[in-house]
Design a binder for this molecule. Structure first.
Ligand SMILES: [Zn+2]
Length: 205
């Protein structure tokens, strides 16, 4: 299975889906995702991905996206940029209109700067409600969650544990949650190599 359906909606509206896996006929594929950038660690992350020939999805806060940031390099090297809202609120605590502005304005800004259509969206903290999914659906965005949380954000002082967390949960098609953080950069090469050693290859959604 590649997606989780939301519970039936009383008005029988089209039920939007949230994606946690990639549907694939290939055995042993995984999807790397990096949230919360573009950060100062992005160039180093790109260097490591390039050296290992691994594509990834980046979910960016549009408040951090500026013309001088290395977004062009991200695209040229075969990665994909999605929206992670304007400034990382918990969407489930916002009104429909506030959520709409966060999702639409962030996608618009990324599109304006990169001249690429944004098709993927990830809610901050993985928090969303039925309005979030309705808005994403209206805007033609796929809502992307994850199957494997690396807990990299908690492991500032124990980055090796990030590798263990991911490797122990590996499963075909799984979307892996990482962040643009220093501890993640520290173990990224070893993490990619550990995943490859187990026979997995890296794909995009
Ligand atoms: Zn985030």
């Amino acid at each position: 299975m590649t997606s989780n359906k939301q519970p039936n909606h009383p008005n029988n509206m089209k039920i939007p889906i949230v994606i946690t896996h990639k549907e694939t006929n290939h055995k042993k594929t995984v999807v790397l995702t990096f949230d919360d950038g573009p950060s100062e660690f992005l160039p180093k992350i790109l260097d490591i991905l390039k050296s290992e020939n691994v594509p990834a999805l980046f979910f960016w806060q549009s408040q951090l996206v500026e013309t001088h940031k290395p977004w062009q390099r991200v695209l040229t090297e075969g990665h994909v940029i999605g929206s992670h809202t304007i400034d990382h609120p918990n969407l489930s605590e916002l009104s429909f209109d506030e959520q709409y502005d966060q999702i639409k304005d962030s996608s618009n800004k990324i599109e304006r700067i990169t001249q690429q259509k944004v098709t993927f969206f990830r809610p901050p903290y993985g928090q969303y409600n039925s309005n979030t999914l309705k808005i994403a659906n209206q805007l033609g965005l796929s809502t992307i969650m994850w199957q494997i949380p690396s807990y990299d954000w908690e492991l500032t002082h124990n980055p090796e544990q990030i590798i263990e967390n991911v490797v122990n949960q590996l499963e075909n098609g799984a979307i892996i949650l990482l962040h643009e953080l220093p501890q993640t950069v520290q173990i990224l090469l070893a993490l990619i190599q550990a995943i490859k050693q187990r026979g997995y290859r890296f794909v995009l959604l």
